[in-house]
Design a protein around this ligand. Sequence first.
Ligand code: ADP
Ligand code: ASP
Ligand code: MG
Length: 439
Amino acid sequence: MVKVVKFGGSSLASAEQFKKVGNIIRAEESRKYVVPSAPGKRFDDDTKVTDMLYKCYAEAEAGKNIEKPLKAIKERYNEIIKGLKLKLSLDEQFETIKKQFESKAGKDYAASRGEYLNGIIMANYLGYEFIDAATVICFDKNGEFDAEKTNTVMSARLAKTKNAVVPGFYGAMPDGTVKTFSRGGSDVTGSIVARALKADVYENWTDVSGFLAADPRIVKNPKPITIITYKELRELSYMGASVLHESAIFPVRKEGIPINIRNTNAPEDPGTMIVETTCVKPECIITGIAGKKDFVSISIDKDMMNSEIGFGRKVLQVFEDNGISFEHMPSGIDTMTVFVHQDEFMEKEQKVLAELHRAVKPDVLELEPDLALIAVVGRGMKNSTGIAASIFTALAKAKINIKMIDQGSSELNIIIGVRNRYFEDAIKTIYGVFVAEEK
Ligand code: ADP
Ligand code: ASP
Ligand code: MG
């Protein structure tokens, strides 16, 4: 049995947390490959080391003296080293980092040092081999992750070692330039390592006892999800359930490896299993709810648009030409609405509107900003009727106006649009209907 274990920032924020992690790893022989994040927050208004690094590098780029911010970062690591009573010094590494920052080695290089240094400590603490992710995670010359090359290089390297620590979050381009994934990307590294090893399980250790049916910062004590499919999870994480990076399922999916989300602070909890498919019936009609704020809807009205061949394509072309990705596109007979991210749209608002006029000559163009999208997801929805009706009724009762409702053709999700200010209340209300009341 081989398990890959990834530990998130809060699981490695202090020596105390490191000790919990050490106990978890030592509790099972199969936990042979470890992917650490950088030290996260120790308390609510603490700063993640990754954020300290970004800030410090921005100062270096501005030509400021970085002695002080770099010292604060070093302190975070030294506190861990001291608490674990390790005979380890990072002086040499910090010398190199200082020089690299001053010679402007790049923002990605800067951020990656968080995981790199934590990986060195972790390897020393466990007595495992340290493998620099820059040697095994490959990005192409355009900075795109190269999945197949990485799999070949990573498999070959890992075959030579029985126990190893591979820091999360970064890799390198062919010329050696360090490149990171997007924020939260250590989850992706863990998945890549699991795929390369054809591991039995990818354990992702964090600070909650699994994937919860709703964001715990919005709903109080949401129910943990016992088992969820890759597809359901993808919908939820894409729509903002930030517990796992939205790209983390792709590598393990190739090998059908399950992901087990676990809690470092409650290792006895079974957590959530994320699987390809399952006969296990969901406990509720819906598996979970997630959502994101700050969208704009652009409604395009034109009589008889349905009979105009290529209308939709011309509309979407305008967004594509302006580098704006669209999120949803519900349509009626004479109306088409496109939902886009507000920040992407605002920069080019008038340009996009002018181009839409030119492209499709609409009768009316209307904008509505400050909208939130909420996804209600569940494999159990396929065989139930009246779900949209229940959502309508509940939100109407709570006096929340629905701006849009769109059911995906897979019947795996329903997307609801509401004003930003109703976002939290809408999630609480829907949770109340489908999860809380079924108990
Ligand atoms: P890590 O540092 O371990 O990678 P993250 O902070 O990235 O952890 O993710 C865990 C956090 O995700 C939780 O503390 C929780 O606040 C948040 N979260 C948002 N939505 C959910 C959800 N549906 N289930 C569980 N956690 C969620
Ligand atoms: N440390 C990185 C971040 O804060 C990556 C991660 O935690 O997964 O985004
Ligand atoms: Mg994370």
